[in-house]
Design a protein around this ligand. Sequence first.
Ligand code: SF4
Length: 483
Amino acid sequence: MLITGDHLFYYYRCPRRPFLDAQGTAAHNPGESPLHEKLNRDHHDLRTQLLRDYAWQAPQADPQDWAAAHTQTLALMAQGVAAIHRGVLTLTPAPGITYLGRPDLLVRRPGASRWGNWHYQAVDIRLGQRPKPEYQGVAAFHAWLLSELQDTWPTTGLLWLPGPRSVRVRLADAVPAMHKTLVACTAILQAEQAPEVFISRSRCQLCPWLGDCSQVAQAQQHLSLVPGVTALRYAELRQLGIATIPQLASQSPHYLDHQTSFGLATVTRLVRQAQAIQRGHALPLGPFPALPQEPVELFFDIEAEPHLDCVYLHGVLVVKAGRPAFHGFLAPHPQGEGEVWQQFVDLVLTYPAAPIFHFCPFETQTIQRLGDRYGTPRLKVQAILNRCVDLHAWVTRHVVLPVDNYSLKAIARWLGFRWRHPRADGAQSIWWYNQWLSSQNPSYLEALQVYNEDDCQATYRLKTWLDDFHQATAQSPLQEESG
Ligand code: SF4
């Protein structure tokens, strides 16, 4: 059995992932998301940047032929080359088990080892802003493999994070923790059955097995499909024998309130949420209030590139008497941020009574930030903020929907809205903008404007539905409206 650094890395995120990676075939693998592709590109760019600083050599063997690549890596280490890229480290501690690590770089350091008066330290490139447990775990794994192969420990593990900046990993803490995790990961890989599925939006959205796991979860009516059922809450519900959506939907909130630690408001919402999914209907959480209604309404969405600290697009859909017109204020270069901010301010001040609908708090936070950055009078900024209405907060406060998460994409798709770029997301927009900056190819700008306009249109669709839902519940308070 071959146990790799990738198995260990993904085990930290989800015990099911290494099992599927080891057992699955490409035919079952549905491929990567645009976000995953962007992360691969970012990893490639960061690696290119790092490698520029080293006179590195690489094993010539086919990377798939890891035994030959390992032998060549050891030969390069024995020669004492300055750095090794695509090195392969393996260890067979017992018959039938081989550990395999592929650090991004091995860097020669002073200090005795079996090779002579030098040894090697592994460098791992990661894309998070902080040294997450899985980063440190794999760094410790590589350090351990090195210690066995060169008869000495590197002083630390080393992570290379965006910035770029380097972060040292304290091996005295990280290695014992890694060994515990490695034992658990090995047991999973030796098991016959896959670990239980648990769909979690934050960790599953990047996983190529999401399609397969979603099918399994759907077939089981698994509770992880209910927004708000976290792994900790699921453990408590399982103790009570509640493992499926129908089982949760049939519970009394008051009974669950006594049996769990969640609190009455949370259990009431969870039960209602399970009922909404089971019935395929939206359900109000109480009296359903009306949203602001004006002859002119604005629907607002921002695109920003955090690495450039730049808001490059303010998209505003102006709806007058039911007729929408889109305005996209786009900065063709990051220095144009102030100009497009002013264009946005000028437009919204043209309609002083129009409510500004948006989805999630990012837009209002950004208005505040850009107002400070460009010295916009505070009263003016406050007047704009007072008109903003966050539809995400509105939805999650007043209604449950038959969706598995409350992103704009999930809600608007349930309402039948379709994006012209079906797989695009915020990360894709950032990638398009960076491609435009480097290539000046206008098709990238067109793509990100279309995506932004569709986000504004989706927000408009949601607002229209909320108005209709309000009317339906006002006319018949006990009626359960469908989407
Ligand atoms: S989709 Fe989610 S549950 Fe399935 S393997 Fe990936 S991370 Fe785990």
